[in-house]
Design a protein around this ligand. Structure first.
Ligand SMILES: O=C(O)CCC(=O)C(=O)O
Ligand SMILES: [Fe+2]
Length: 229
């Protein structure tokens, strides 16, 4: 455990615990009933995948949109200058009918109220770029938490789609549990950021490892525990 994590664990109350527990159970049940959903891991962290969730044509269309919005990434106070997340990112236009249809499909797959979902974010990694180890859930001891708490609360599930094959590197590594997912065009990776009890799950720590050759495109959608925005 690093210092940040340790101080968080000491100070953090279990924010949105019952909502996270409920949403965990609801989505878990829905995914289990879907034969397209593969289980990547389910004990220390709940991680699932759906192959060919997006068609090649949909991936290409999304890639063009990501290229249109990608700028240096910022992750709250850990910003681009810190070299923490060096990929370029940006929200794709949520009002675009194509983006709305992809949004609906992800909402429907997970069975989460569409109002809980943040806007889809696109990311592009060039050689050498990465997103270092992090958790998608919020540190409730951090300054940004008051704002996030008022706008949807804790993050519950993450859904991330790979839009292209990467020549080399760029896997998504769940660093504490030894799970490494290589980019596969059109595949959707889904995970619960909380434990079945509704506490933030430290075993969901993950990284977008450096791309060493080629380029990597992904879209990410994060869900809250309540209406976002
Ligand atoms: O690009 C990846 O593999 C990981 C991206 C990620 O962790 C995120 O968008 O939260
Ligand atoms: Fe992440």
């Amino acid at each position: 455990m690093n210092d940040t994590v340790q101080s968080h664990a000491a100070k953090a109350p279990a924010a949105d615990k019952s909502a996270l527990k409920k949403l965990g159970a609801k989505v878990r049940k829905r995914l289990a009933a879907n034969p397209r959903v593969q289980t990547v891991m389910e004990d220390r962290a709940e991680i699932f995948a759906v192959g060919e969730f997006l068609s090649a044509a949909e991936c290409d269309r999304m890639i063009a949109m990501v290229d249109g919005v990608a700028k240096p990434s910022t992750v709250f106070d850990m910003n681009y200058q810190d070299q923490y997340r060096t990929s370029y990112s940006g929200d794709v236009n949520f009002a675009d009918p194509f983006v709305r249809s992809i949004n609906r499909r992800i909402d429907d797959l997970l069975g989460i109220d569409t109002s809980f979902g943040e806007n889809i974010q696109g990311q592009r990694y060039l050689p050498g770029q990465q997103f270092k180890e992090h958790c998608d859930w919020f540190y409730t001891a951090a300054d940004y938490w008051a704002e996030e708490k008022a706008h949807g609360g804790q993050r519950s599930w993450t859904a991330m789609a790979y839009l292209n094959e990467v020549e080399e590197g760029g896997s998504t590594d769940f660093t504490r549990i030894g799970v490494s997912v290589p980019p596969q065009r059109g595949a959707l990776l889904i995970w619960n950021n909380a434990t079945p009890d509704g506490l933030v799950n430290y075993d969901t720590m993950h990284a977008g490892t450096p791309v060493t050759q080629g380029v990597k495109y992904v879209i990410t959608k994060w869900y809250r525990t309540r209406r976002w925005g």
